[in-house]
Ligand binder design. Sequence first.
Ligand code: SF4
Ligand code: SF4
Length: 232
Amino acid sequence: MTVEPMGVMPVIKDLVVDQTLFWDKVRQVSPWLQPEGEEPEAEYLAPNSDMTHLAGVMSCIMCGACVSDCTVLEMDENFIGPAALAKAYRFAADPRDAEDSSRLAELSEYGGIWDCTRCYECVEVCPKDVAPMDRIMALRDRAMEHGYDKTYGPRHTDAFEESVAHSGWLDELRLPIKTFGIFNFPALMSMAPVGLRAFLRGKLPPIFHRPVPGVKKVRQLVKSVKDQQQEE
Ligand code: SF4
Ligand code: SF4
């Protein structure tokens, strides 16, 4: 057995880490109820049926294990992270909260729900079965239902699917352009270092993106999945 300090957060001494990053991210999602109108005189009541499915996420003990092992946070401090996003779900899905739409708008931005790579680490390490990744996927669905389906996350997903359906593989050169838009210079420029590194290591994708041999089979596969989705 290996005993070591938590990941992502800076070590102060031995096993003690500075948890500022963890708590800053939790605070970032406004983890409190924001109901509409005047405060009621008695407690806010919600039907049991609406609250039962929140029991799982409410059992989070803020241990930080999911944050410690998140593979995206390890590389990108801007990501809100699994614990804070699970907490965000807890309030966005609460029937008493009136700010669900604005919460979802904020979470759809860079660093939010679309930055998770679905690696499953947070689900595996969580001692309370909160399943943060599943909450993040549920937040994505909710964001789309609320009309936030043109943000960079859904656009990235669409561009990805479009490329594979067309050529059988990913057109990595055009993916950022389709994701961020051709006139979004700041976002495109932020990808420049990645492009430069790829160029220096001889891994720059080809300018002319050609279909793979047997692309017809890939197209058939994509079509049959889409047909199946329409039937459901
Ligand atoms: S599934 Fe997403 S949130 Fe969970 S550890 Fe992986 S990247 Fe992080
Ligand atoms: S690992 Fe589970 S219990 Fe711990 S902070 Fe993350 S979601 Fe909460």
